[in-house]
Design a binder for this molecule. Structure first.
Ligand code: HEC
Ligand code: HEC
Length: 378
C-alpha cells in the first residue's frame, strides 16, 4: 500500500517537473525566435535594419527615457535628475516633429519651422536673396555640425566680438537675416524690426527643439567644425577642379544653383547677387571649409580631405557677391576691408578683373558672367 502510494506520488512529481521544463524550453525557443526575428527570416521578409532605422530607434528611446526620468523627478525630489537625451553618435536628440504640442505655443513652433524651411515664402519681405535658413542649418536646423538650432538655443544671450555687445537670440537671428539672407535687398530693406513675430516664432521653434538640453552646455556638434590648417594653405585656383568634380553637378558650373519649374531653388546659389553677402559668416574661408567638409557634397558628408575642403571653400569665396551692408558706414571698400575683414577672406582683392566687395550692379554682374562663363545671366 505504502509503496504503491509512493510510486504514484513519484510519477506525479516527475510529470510536473517534465511539464515545467517543457514549458520553459518552449518559452526560451519562442523568445529566441522572436528576438532574432527567425520567423521573418524564414518567410524571407527579414532585412537588416538600416543605419538610419537604428539611429531613429535610438533617438526615440532616448526621448522616451527622458520622459520617464522627468516623470520620476516630478513625483519625487530625491529621484535623480533627468539626463540629456543622446543618440547613436553621442549627439543630443531633439524631440520629433510629431511631438510639437497641439496648443498656442505649438502653433508658434510650427510657424517658426515653416519660416526656417521656406524663409522666402514665409518671411519673404525680409529676404533679399535665394536662400533659406535651412540651406546652411541642415535638416530643419536639427543636424549636428551644421550649426544646429538646439545648440544655439542654450547659448544666448552671449557676448559677440562681431558687434562687441551682448546678443540675445533675437540679435543673433537679426544677424543671419542681415548678412546670410542679405536683407538689405529685401522688400522691407533690412532684417525684421525688434520684437517682430518672425523672431518670436523662430525662437519658439529653437526653444522647443532644445527641450532636454542643459543651458550653456556647449553641446558637441554645435556650429561648424574647422578642418586643421594644411601645409599648402588654401588656394582658390586649386579649388576649381575640386568644385568641378564634387559640386557643379548640383550647384552648376556657374555657381548659380538650379531651380524647379516653379522658380524655387532646389540647389541654392553659392555666389553672385542671389547668394549671402560679404558680411555673412560663410564668406570666411575657414567657416566655409568647415561647413563644406561636414555637410557637402550633400549625402556624402565628411568625404573631402582637409586640403580639398580648404581649396574648394576658397574657390567659392573668390567670386563676387552682394556688398557688405557695413560698406555704407565707411568711405570705401578698402576701409571696409581694414575695419571688418581682418580674417581669412578675399574682400578687397581683385580677382578675375573685379574688385571683390564693390557693390554688384546688374550690368557689372552680367559682364562678369559673360566673361567668365560665356552666358546670359539667369
Ligand atoms: C549662408 C548660410 C546661412 C544662412 C542662409 C543662415 N545662416 Fe545662420 N549661421 C550661419 C553661419 C556661418 C553661422 C555661424 C556658425 C558658427 O559660428 O560656427 C550661423 C549661426 C547662426 C546662429 C547661431 C548658432 C550658434 O550655435 O551660436 C543662429 C541662431 C542662426 N544662424 C540662425 C539663422 C536663421 C534663423 C537663419 C534664417 C533667417 C539663418 N541662420 C540663415 C550661416 C547661415
Ligand atoms: C547632391 C547635390 C549637392 C552637391 C553635390 C553639393 N551640394 Fe551644396 N547644397 C546642396 C543643397 C540641396 C543645399 C541646401 C541644403 C538644404 O537645404 O538642406 C546645399 C547647400 C550648400 C551651401 C550653403 C548654402 C549656399 O547656397 O550658400 C554651400 C556653401 C554649399 N552647398 C557648397 C557646396 C560645395 C562646395 C560642394 C562641393 C564640395 C557642394 N555644395 C556639393 C546640394 C549639393
Amino acid at each position: 500500500m505504502n509503496t504503491h502510494n509512493e510510486n504514484q506520488q513519484k510519477s506525479a512529481a516527475t510529470r510536473m517537473i517534465y511539464g515545467v521544463l517543457g514549458a520553459v524550453v518552449l518559452f526560451v525557443i519562442g523568445t529566441l525566435l522572436y528576438r532574432y526575428d527567425v520567423l521573418a527570416m524564414l518567410t524571407d521578409s527579414y532585412s537588416e535594419p538600416s543605419a538610419s532605422q537604428l539611429e531613429s530607434e535610438a533617438a526615440r528611446k532616448a526621448r522616451q527615457k527622458l520622459a520617464e526620468e522627468r516623470k520620476q523627478w516630478d513625483e519625487s525630489v530625491t529621484a535623480k535628475a533627468p539626463e540629456q537625451p543622446t543618440g547613436r553618435g553621442g549627439y543630443y536628440v531633439p524631440p520629433a516633429e510629431a511631438d510639437i504640442p497641439d496648443d498656442e505655443f505649438g502653433d508658434s513652433v510650427r510657424r517658426g519651422r515653416e519660416i526656417f524651411l521656406n524663409t522666402g515664402t514665409n518671411a519673404g519681405e525680409f529676404v533679399g536673396n535665394g536662400l533659406a535658413c535651412a540651406n546652411c542649418h541642415l535638416d530643419s536646423g536639427r543636424l549636428e555640425h551644421a550649426a544646429p538650432m538646439w545648440a544655439a538655443a542654450v547659448s544666448y544671450p552671449a557676448y559677440r566680438g562681431k558687434n562687441k555687445q551682448i546678443n540675445t537670440m533675437e540679435d543673433r537671428v537679426n544677424g543671419c537675416f542681415t548678412y546670410s539672407m542679405n536683407a538689405q535687398d529685401s522688400e522691407y530693406g533690412s532684417a525684421p524690426p525688434a520684437g517682430h513675430q518672425v523672431y518670436k516664432d523662430l525662437e519658439s521653434y529653437f526653444y522647443w527643439m532644445a527641450d532636454g538640453l542643459a543651458l550653456n552646455s556647449s553641446p558637441p556638434g554645435q556650429g561648424y567644425p574647422t578642418p586643421p590648417e594644411t601645409e599648402l594653405g588654401y588656394d582658390w585656383q586649386r579649388g576649381e577642379q575640386v568644385y568641378a568634380d564634387n559640386c557643379a553637378v548640383c550647384h552648376a558650373t556657374d555657381g548659380q544653383g538650379r531651380k524647379d519649374l516653379n522658380g524655387r531653388y532646389i540647389f541654392p546659389p553659392l555666389w553672385g547677387p542671389h547668394s549671402f553677402n560679404w558680411g555673412a559668416g560663410m564668406h570666411r574661408v575657414n567657416t566655409a571649409a568647415g561647413f563644406i567638409q561636414a555637410n557637402m557634397p550633400l549625402g556624402k558628408r565628411f568625404s573631402l580631405s582637409d586640403q580639398e575642403a580648404w581649396d574648394v571653400a576658397a574657390y567659392v569665396m573668390s567670386f563676387p557677391r552682394p556688398a557688405d551692408p557695413r560698406l555704407s558706414d565707411t568711405e570705401s571698400v578698402d576701409e571696409t576691408t581694414d575695419k571688418f575683414h581682418q580674417h581669412k577672406d578675399y574682400h578687397g582683392q581683385t580677382i578675375r578683373g573685379i574688385k571683390l566687395g564693390e557693390p554688384l550692379t546688374e550690368a557689372s554682374w552680367a559682364r562678369f558672367m559673360e566673361q567668365n562663363f560665356g552666358q546670359e545671366v539667369r
